[in-house]
Design a protein around this ligand. Structure first.
Ligand code: ZN
Length: 487
């Protein structure tokens, strides 16, 4: 029954997006614009993410920044546990940040970095019945920061949290077996590969960290045919080598694994892939004054389509700087963004403060997002916006795309009133400017229609960032690492 509903929902989605795209194309053709040769495609959300959403909290204060992402399921029990976990970290971080801030400010002040809490996660779905979340918690208060892992596994129906005792036969000798297999794998990974020098001290470290105790193996995640165990930094090897993990195939665990863990697996999927022509990003503006509206931190399943509706009604387009980890949840929203002639920009994978990352860390934040957008809709963003608007030499040297900031900041995360935002946009925005808003806030979304009406009546036209800055006509102007705030 559920499957039928899913197929029906998927069919409706494909037909709806298809219709939207068809009419959008027809409309453009009527306007006499030539079709671009580029193509993009639409994939559906992975069935492993079925009934799972992502929630993001982004905050920007004088002394701290916060980017927290967490899953929302259809089970209230699960949501309650996740919420409490996330809220506890946020509260503790804010209290600590306040204490640090009022104590001694960091050397050099807060000009180069701020205290930061970043929580990101990934999802594994071993079967229809179970879901596993692995959270990466990053706290930055200077130095190398603190990173740790927290995993949760749930029965999606009952909301019950799974421990090792729910995964393995209690009477079996599972702890000794997983310890033995983990030590073997860690030995190969660390010593046999030559990564770590094999000394008696280092060997003991591995053995202690993967000793057969529940505590050592508390962080786990189930996949289709294997279980992953995560080890904290310093747990099995020196901190410089970072966090470690081992993946043990179920085939090696048959004698100790509970049978229900491998039931009701989700069939390997073939995502619906619809190839759609890309619309030209340049819109006819004649000699009109132009503005680029930009929306950060999405895609958002409800708010982004609302923005798109307001834009479309008025023949306006905008630019959406998306956060990579949200993209896989809402590929159809990305498809609609492009289908209606808007632009997609890259806004990192997890909204991390880039000034605290290594060159490799910065590149990973950018590239993972490029890949997520490509996997969702087949195109790769050509512009980038840094989280919290930060700029440093390390950032400009490693991003590899033009960096787009803004000249009009609605501060919509603080001004929680659409009328205030409308007033701000219409009084502050001039020809050639870039306006900053966020998909996450409904009050900001509600400001779009009235602000557009006012500015359109004053003769403005709304274009994408790439058109505003002339990147479409003159691609060589789009210099990687160069910072743009307006035309
Ligand atoms: Zn942002």
């Amino acid at each position: 029954m559920k499957k039928k509903i899913l197929i029906l929902a998927l069919a409706i989605l494909i037909i709806t997006v298809g219709a939207v795209v068809y009419f959008a194309i027809q409309q453009k053709k009527d306007e006499g614009l030539k079709e671009d040769k580029h193509e993009y495609f639409l994939t559906s959300k992975s069935s492993k993410l079925e009934s799972i959403d992502i929630e993001s909290i982004i905050e920007y204060e004088d002394h701290y920044v916060l980017g927290v992402h967490y899953p929302v399921t259809e089970n209230e029990e699960i949501n309650k546990i996740i919420n409490e976990f996330v809220q506890e970290h946020i509260n503790k971080f804010k209290a600590d940040a306040k204490e640090f801030f009022e104590g001694s400010p960091p050397p050099g002040g807060f000009s180069s970095w701020k205290y930061e809490l970043n929580i990101d996660y990934n999802v594994n779905r071993p079967s229809k019945d179970f879901v596993c979340f692995k959270f990466n918690i990053n706290i930055f208060t200077g130095g190398g920061g603190i990173q740790f892992i927290e995993t949760f596994s749930f029965n999606l129906e009952t909301g019950k949290e799974l421990t090792l005792k729910d995964v393995f036969e209690e009477k079996s000798d599972y702890l000794n077996l997983i310890s033995e297999l983990s030590i073997k794998q860690l030995t190969e990974k660390l010593f046999d590969s030559g990564k770590v020098e094999k000394t008696p001290f280092a060997e003991d470290w591995v053995k202690d960290g993967a000793d057969p105790t529940e505590e050592n193996f508390r962080n786990f995640s189930l996949k289709d045919n294997s279980i992953i165990f995560y080890f904290e930094k310093y747990q099995v090897v020196a901190g410089a080598f970072g966090q470690q993990q081992v993946e043990i195939p179920f085939d090696h665990l048959r004698e100790v694994l509970k049978i229900e863990i491998t039931r009701n697996q989700i069939e390997s999927e073939k995502p619906a892939e619809v190839i759609l022509p890309e619309k030209p990003l340049n819109v006819e503006v004649g000699g009109a004054k132009i503005i680029a509206l930009t929306f950060d931190d999405g895609p958002h399943p409800k708010n982004t389509p609302l923005i798109l509706e307001e834009l479309k009604k008025r023949n306006a387009v905008a630019t959406f700087f998306v956060v990579g980890n949200r993209v896989q949840y809402y590929p159809e929203v990305l498809a609609q963004i492009i289908a209606e002639g808007n632009e997609i920009g890259n806004h990192t994978w997890s909204h991390k403060q880039l000034t605290t990352l290594s060159p490799e860390g910065i590149k990973k934040q950018v590239n993972d997002t490029q890949e997520a957008v490509k996997a969702a809709v087949g195109i790769t963003p050509k512009i980038f916006r840094t989280p919290y608007g930060e700029i440093s030499d390390l950032i400009t040297q490693n991003v590899g795309l033009p960096i787009i900031l803004w000249s009009v900041d609605t501060e919509d995360w603080k001004n929680k009133d659409s009328e205030v935002i409308v007033a701000h946009i219409i009084t502050e925005t001039d020809n050639g400017e870039i306006v900053l808003q966020h998909d996450l806030y409904l009050w900001s979304v509600e400001a779009v229609g009235p602000a557009l009406d006012d500015l359109i009546s004053k003769g403005y036209k709304f274009v994408t960032v790439s058109q505003l800055l002339g990147f479409i006509d003159n691609p060589t102007d789009a210099i990687p690492g160069e910072v743009f705030r307006f035309r």
